[in-house]
Ligand binder design. Structure first.
Ligand code: DON
Length: 307
């Protein structure tokens, strides 16, 4: 990792460090045991250069940041029409875990909220996969975006599964509308394993850089998904990635982005770079407080607003 931009990154991290507002995600008990002081930021350029500062190699669970990548896998594996028939692309303006389905079709409004992400998980891989094989397809796909083999945090996974009543309720609703066509519990189990994949801030920046680089990993040069898929994913991140804070984000940051309740946050600027931050305390939308501040700074300091 180079150390030119880090002077800037270290300065900006220093500026947000004293903000201890927000709370750890208590509804997944294991996440509430995280060190709330962790703080990191990484820039991964599309040419493969990586700049970072802070706790860039501390591992945490990817959570909802997995959603755009698994949506990309579903689009690649099943095609646009089959995915769009089951998951919409409209912002919901609601919380990430709202039981938010279109009244006529039962389709989740978008793949960034849990209802849409659980559905997208069910569409990853070819049709005949069993739940274990599907999780494998998802973990391998996330690993390809990161450029290294990723693993599941079994403790966080078990902790979320024990308290998954809301996601199970969502999945049962989806099953009642035939949006899901298999056992809702098995799909939620797979989705929760997907959310429990361990990443570092450096990994997340590389994953975002792969989106910024039209689906080609900047270091491995692997074409992970094609450019049309990336365009669809970035559009949905731009409009829905920050849930019911999407409008504030669009005006104040203006970068297609996705947050996760373990404190990660990514942004992707096509043709330029992937950005990732990590700080576990969350605002009322479930987005990292210091992560949002960092992105506001990056966007205004470097004129990164593209939306
Ligand atoms: O399904 C859940 O509730 C979690 N596994 C993920 C939620 C999440 O990360 C929301 N984003 N900020």
């Amino acid at each position: 990792m180079r150390s030119v931009v880090p002077d800037y990154l270290t300065d900006v991290l220093g500026d947000v460090e004293s903000d201890t507002s927000g709370k750890l995600a208590g509804y997944i008990p294991e996440l509430a045991t995280a060190d709330p002081e962790h703080l990191a930021a990484v820039f991964a350029m599309v040419d493969g250069t990586v700049y970072g500062a802070g706790d860039v190699d501390v591992a945490f669970t990817i959570q909802s940041i997995s959603k755009p990548f698994v949506y990309a896998m579903a689009l690649s594996d099943r095609g646009f029409d089959r995915v769009l028939a089951k998951v919409g692309v409209e912002p919901s303006g609601e919380a990430f875990n709202e039981i938010s389905l279109e009244t006529d079709t039962g389709r989740p409004r978008n793949p960034m909220i849990n209802a849409g992400a659980i559905t997208a998980h069910s569409l990853a891989g070819p049709e005949n996969l069993n739940p274990v094989e599907r999780v494998d397809r998802v973990v391998q796909g996330l690993s390809a975006f990161a450029g290294r083999q990723l693993t599941v945090d079994e403790t966080v996974c078990a902790s979320e599964m024990e308290n998954a009543h809301r996601n199970l309720a969502i999945a049962h609703m989806l099953r009642s509308h035939d949006i899901l066509t298999e056992d809702p519990r098995a799909v939620v189990d797979g989705y929760i394993r997907q959310c429990a994949v361990l990443v570092t801030t450096r990994d997340l920046a590389m994953m975002a850089a792969t989106l910024a680089n039209r689906g080609v990993h900047p270091l491995s040069n692997e074409q992970v998904v094609d450019g049309a898929v990336v365009r669809q994913v970035l559009s949905v991140m731009a409009t829905c990635g920050m849930y019911d804070a999407a409008g504030d984000w669009a005006t104040q940051v203006g970068i297609p982005a996705k947050s996760g309740v373990a404190g990660g946050l990514i942004g992707a600027l096509p043709g330029q770079l992937g950005i990732a931050t990590f700080s576990p305390r969350l605002d009322r939308h479930g987005n990292s407080v210091r992560g949002v501040s960092l992105f506001e700074r990056f966007s205004s300091d470097m004129g990164l607003h593209v939306m």
